[in-house]
Design a protein around this ligand. Structure first.
Ligand SMILES: [Zn+2]
Length: 392
């Protein structure tokens, strides 16, 4: 099992309740976060966590005490979940710089979606190592932010949806190994958290809840898909707004959490659910995501908050920087200092037209809220959600 070499103290209800929260939030990152990957044509080639780090440093929000460096997960750790043949195929292909056709077919990498690029194996292994580390730190009762994590489509034996391994799975497993009785996983990325749901189909100690855009790749996660009783899916219509997120959070997610009574929470907070993302059509403000993350992690003491998708570098950097600000108890400035504005002004993205770059994306962190009416399609999800029983 991942990380069994160190044994943090078992988490009990008492030390969870006593755990300090915001003051103790930690940030996990690695040198990989500062370097681009995926090659020039890929949607993930945009600067992502590197910009978040720059903004946080420019705002004075990151010091050495808060920042923990990810380690690289070992092959032994990786194969506690992933198929050894797949792990070896990715390692060997990266070392050779080429992918054999049968390997591409069998394991789903070396194509446009999941390209082979130099260092891919170590980069993917570091995302896993970072999530294992985040879980270990969370076991001390902390909130831990690991924005380079959130590769929620990775499968046991193949790459999928820009994800080679599945670091959220490792964070959850590490929490369970550390003595946590029940882990709530909440996925706020625009795409269904299919890989995580599949990994825990038969695990009653984990409840997987995913809010994602209906009719969007990978086309799974229908409202009646309860993953052997251990998952809840809330597929939402395009244009999903702040009021609708608050409604589903209050009517479905938090009541489910209360019934499941988790001892730890893992959240994937992809920013592709925000207005302005080029690969999806949801319309949330970042403030709505921050508030929902805060409310969800309030369900338990230890919490791991991961990144995920997000293909607009401006909305991504503002969202995750502000999320770290909120998790670490900072006041979000109304207007960014000039040095931080220059970082945002220096970004570029082929997927976002110049005229679509909003003025606020260059000068602020917090979006103007995006309220709206709660549509019937969203209300009906809540009525389905209420009747769902937690099996665990
Ligand atoms: Zn996504």
């Amino acid at each position: 099992m991942p990380g069994t070499t160190t044994t943090p103290p078992a988490v009990t209800r008492r030390n969870i309740a006593a755990a300090p929260r915001r003051a103790a939030a930690l940030f996990v990152a690695s040198d990989f976060c500062r370097r681009p990957g995926f090659g020039r044509q890929h949607p993930l080639s945009i600067p992502r966590v590197s910009v978040v780090l720059q903004l946080c440093e420019s705002l004075g929000w990151l010091d050495e005490k808060r920042l923990h460096v990810s380690r690289v997960a070992s092959v032994e750790e990786l194969t506690a979940f992933h198929d050894p043949a797949y792990v070896e195929a990715l390692r060997a292909s990266d070392a050779a710089g080429r992918v054999e056709p049968q390997v591409r077919e069998r394991h789903g990498f070396g194509n446009f979606e999941n390209p082979l690029f130099p260092g891919v194996f170590e980069r993917a292994s570091t995302a896993v190592g970072g999530s294992i580390l985040a879980a270990e730190l969370a076991l001390e009762g902390r909130v831990v932010f690991h924005p380079a994590g959130g590769t929620h489509h990775g499968r046991r034996d193949r790459a999928s949806g820009f994800c080679f391994f599945n670091d959220p799975v490792f964070a959850i497993r590490r929490l369970l190994d550390g003595g946590v009785a029940r882990v709530l996983y909440v996925d706020l990325d625009a795409h269904h958290g299919d890989g995580v749901q599949e990994a825990f189909l038969d695990e009653a100690r984990v409840l997987v809840v995913s809010i994602h855009e209906q009719g969007r790749w990978p086309y799974s996660g229908a409202a009646d898909d309860v993953g052997h009783g251990h998952a809840r899916n809330l597929p939402v219509p395009a244009g999903f707004n702040d009021a609708e997120l608050a409604f589903l959070r209050d009517e479905v997610v938090l009541p489910l959490a209360a019934r499941f009574d988790p001892e730890a929470v893992v959240v994937t907070c992809g920013t592709d659910a925000l207005a302005g993302d080029p690969l999806s059509a949801m319309a949330l403000s970042n403030v709505a995501l921050w508030e929902t993350v805060e409310r969800v992690i309030g369900a338990a003491g230890p919490a791991v908050v991961l990144g995920g998708g997000g293909y607009n570098p401006w909305t991504l950097a503002r969202c995750w920087t502000g999320l770290w600000g909120r998790l670490s108890g900072r006041e979000i400035p109304v207007e960014l200092p000039v040095a931080a504005q220059l970082i945002l002004r220096g970004l570029a993205c082929d997927l976002v037209e110049d005229e679509d770059v909003e003025a606020d994306w260059l000068t602020t962190l917090a979006d103007v809220p995006r309220p709206g009416t709660v549509r019937a399609a969203v209300k009906s999800l809540a009525s389905q959600g209420r009747v769902l029983h937690v099996v665990a």
